[in-house]
Design a protein around this ligand. Structure first.
Ligand code: M6R
Length: 369
């Protein structure tokens, strides 16, 4: 069943290029237009949407944070992303022109289900992004865009996350197509780039041995910090979540710009800090600011583990460990930058003798509130 791998998680990490390709399959025509037939919300309704709310839990929430950046950038529709468990109980403002996107691998997460029920009661339209055919969340939604990751068995979500990102990009790009976007050329380029992503994920997977080695060398550490900015911030949170649930280590993700507002006090000699560096070709301001952050923490003794694009030479002098990822458009970068963090957490869990597929205290689907 595990296809020769020791753990389902390893198998599922390796399946990511296929999961990504399968989720894109049939949804982009050769001319570069998107066809999301399953989204049965008529284009006329989508044109009237004036607000989007993304709700999800855990890893799916991190996909939702990235979705917000993509949706707002390409469509200019205000979008907020909220933990389903928080959203439900704070009397959110919703109406018939609100589109709620509920992201869930299992389709059974109770917090997400309760949130979507509440949204529908207020008259909002709900689109589910889900990996499990016929599960409760898509059944109770107005429409569903399935991710085609195949069954995910390991408790730690990996391939589902990448496909959730793909689905969210497709929704954002589809909305841009239906409504028009001030970034028309960029939208067309990104649609093209999406078809190259599966190969890039494959390339990342082929270069993971140094990451595994690094993880093993950190097995006796107590804390690992993760820093990111823009799309790199949810990736940092995801890296930290993986490490908590698998390695049972204290792991925290921060927005790099927040360092000086508190977290920098945590930096001490030999503390491993993973930094997700934005593309130098995209928003170069963000890139340069992160490079200064790396300098700052290294000057205070941190052991810097830097995830940066191939060709980004500015980071080299400050990286104790450098993990390269293929150059990818800024908003799509999480598809490649998350993968080393999954491998890192999986290997650390193994090195610490933990049960990788079934971490303590956790269940694959959380069907209680
Ligand atoms: O099935 P869902 O996507 O709704 O699950 C949401 C979270 O429970 C899930 O992502 C959880 O955080 C994973 N164990 C993370 O690896």
């Amino acid at each position: 069943e595990k296809g020769g791998y020791d753990y389902f998680m390893l198998k599922e990490i390796a399946e990511q290029p296929k999961a990504v390709a399968d989720t894109l399959l049939g949804r982009i025509d050769p001319a570069g237009s998107l066809t999301l037939d399953e989204v049965r919300i008529p284009d006329s309704v989508l044109r009237e949407i004036d607000k989007i709310v993304v709700i999800a839990c855990g890893t799916a929430f991190h996909a939702g944070m990235i979705a917000k950046l993509a949706i707002e950038h390409w469509t200019r529709i205000p979008c907020e992303t909220e933990l389903a468990s928080e959203f439900r109980y704070r009397d959110p403002i919703l109406d018939a022109r609100t589109l709620v996107i509920a992201i869930s691998q299992s389709g059974e997460t109770m917090d997400t289900l309760m949130a979507l029920r509440h949204a529908r009661e207020q008259g909002a339209k709900v689109l589910a992004v889900c990996n499990t055919n016929g599960s409760t969340i898509p059944r109770e939604s107005d429409a569903v865009l399935y991710t085609h990751a195949g069954p995910e068995v390991a408790v730690a979500s990996t391939k589902a996350f990448l496909t959730q990102l793909i689905a969210c990009y497709l929704v954002a790009l589809y909305l841009a197509q239906v409504r028009g976007s001030k970034w028309g050329d960029e939208v067309r380029d990104v649609v093209r780039e999406l078809s190259a992503v599966a190969d890039r994920v494959e390339r990342v997977l082929e270069t993971m041995e140094p990451v595994r080695e690094l993880a093993r060398s950190l097995a006796d550490k107590n804390t690992v910090l993760f820093l990111g900015r823009h799309v790199g911030y949810p990736v940092a949170l995801e890296g930290a979540l993986k490490l908590k649930e698998l390695a049972y280590m204290h792991a925290e993700g921060f927005a790099a710009g927040e360092l000086k507002h508190g977290p920098i006090a945590l930096i001490e000699k030999d503390l491993p800090v993973v930094v997700v560096v934005p593309s130098p070709r995209g928003r170069s301001v963000l890139h340069d600011k992160i490079v200064s952050n790396i300098q700052e923490i290294r000057a205070r003794g941190a052991r810097t583990i830097v995830i940066a694009e191939e060709g980004d030479e500015a980071v080299v002098p400050y990286a104790d460990h450098l993990i390269r990822i293929p150059a990818t458009p800024t908003l799509l970068q999480p598809l490649v930058s998350t993968v080393p963090l999954q491998v890192f957490a999986c290997e650390l869990a193994t090195a610490r003798g933990n049960e990788v597929d079934q971490p303590r205290n956790l269940a694959k689907s959380v069907t209680v509130e």
